[in-house]
Ligand binder design. Structure first.
Ligand code: MD3
Ligand code: FE
Length: 213
């Protein structure tokens, strides 16, 4: 389902097996060193979402190989299988999600950001511009349903579209949607599928850094 040019929602794409495997991997990634942490923003506020990075460590605003704003440990490796899933989701999304200026698979996926939303956690409207190439971003959701707000590249305000993201959904943001503002105004605590065994919401975004080493 294409909700805007290059923004393709793939409901239920993960299925049960990949959902269970991704959740198990997230539990391991959450552990220290270089595990789950809240991010202190330059304005002094702390993000309500807890986050862990793979491949390259994101901090406001850049990427590093160590947790420069936390325990200082080397970032955990980015697993090849997660890059393969993201590449398959991009292929399943169809040609609109490929950035015009970016040849498919010209560069491999090499970053994942794992976001954990406990009760009341949210993410304000922002855009993701710390990567150096226009490759698509692929998002995978697990656990509680959330309200996802998708705006325009022009600014944080309206117009926007409100969409529910559910456990098992994939979303590909490529082409003109890659630099659109977006956020998560709320989750729906208790809405996770009973069989999964997750309280709260996890979102994994898979990205191409464009960094050389
Ligand atoms: C559109 N995560 O990690 S996923 C983020 O649910 C982030 O945790 C949200 O925004 C979450 O930066 C939303 C959907 C998403 C992720 C990355 C994008 C949409 C995007 C990058 C570019 C355009
Ligand atoms: Fe984002």
């Amino acid at each position: 389902v294409e909700i805007a040019p290059g923004a393709v929602h793939l409901p239920g794409w993960l299925g049960r097996e990949r959902s269970a495997d991704l959740l198990a991997a997230c539990r391991a990634w959450a552990l220290p060193p270089a595990g789950l942490r809240t991010v202190l923003m330059p304005n002094g506020g702390r993000m309500s979402v807890e986050q862990v990075s793979l491949g390259w460590h994101w901090y406001p605003y850049g990427y590093a190989r160590t947790v420069v704003d936390g325990d200082g440990a080397p970032v955990k490796p980015f697993p090849a299988w997660l890059g393969a899933w993201a590449g398959q989701a991009v292929a399943d999304a169809g040609p609109g999600a490929e950035a015009a200026a970016h040849a498919p698979a010209a560069l491999p996926f090499d970053i994942a950001l794992v976001n954990f939303y406990g009760p009341g956690a949210r993410m304000g409207m922002h855009r993701d511009s710390d990567e150096r190439v226009p490759a698509p971003v692929v998002s995978f959701s697990l656990g509680d349903t959330c309200l996802f707000r998708f705006g325009t590249p022009e600014g944080r305000g309206r117009p926007w579209q409100d969409i529910e993201l559910r456990s098992g959904d994939a979303f590909v943001f490529g082409g003109p949607s890659r630099l659109a503002y977006h956020g998560v105004p709320r989750t729906r605590p208790g809405s996770a599928p009973a069989g999964l065994g997750l309280s709260g919401r996890l979102n994994v975004t898979v990205r191409v850094s464009g960094f050389s080493a």
